[in-house]
Design a protein around this ligand. Structure first.
Ligand SMILES: [Zn+2]
Length: 148
């Protein structure tokens, strides 16, 4: 596994932890070169699935993108990593067990919004404002009104 900071391949696993009914393993890694720390996640891979973007382009489904968008939405909220893992894992399991061959990025966004809504309203609004691509301020105010 390459270090995301310096691209060195000299990294070491310091800790492995099974989570979520052992369906996932989180590994803590240290880079021998730059001494940075990062985590990787190993999970069961079910089958080939494509995400259809708004533009119509299809990309292989990648759970890391879900993780990334959740992390971005919650970055200032101090939410425990376990909670975020749970959202990612639940959503990915739901998608992969659905037997679909493709899913729209819109649908995935809606699923994540539902999960975030249960967890943290501020993160939910943050995610929704990016995802729904609010333009005029009044759209946003209308949207906030709708959640109340
Ligand atoms: Zn490094």
């Amino acid at each position: 596994m390459k270090c995301p900071f310096c691209n060195s391949e000299e990294t070491q696993v310091k800790d492995s932890r099974a989570t979520h009914n052992n369906s996932m393993v989180r590994r803590r890694r240290h880079c021998n070169e730059c001494k940075n720390k990062f985590s990787t996640v190993e999970r069961i891979y079910f089958k080939e699935l494509y995400v259809v973007k708004k533009s119509g382009i299809k990309k292989p489904f990648d759970h890391n993108k879900i993780r990334h968008s959740i992390q971005t939405a919650t970055s200032k909220r101090n939410i425990p990593i376990n909670e975020l893992d749970k959202i990612v894992n639940d959503t990915v399991n739901q998608i992969e067990s659905s037997n679909l061959k493709e899913i729209s990025s819109k649908k995935i966004g809606e699923m994540l919004m539902q999960e975030l809504l249960k967890l943290d309203l501020v993160s939910y609004v943050g995610f929704a404002s990016v995802y729904k691509d609010f333009n005029p301020a009044e759209d946003f105010i209308k949207f906030i009104g709708a959640i109340k």
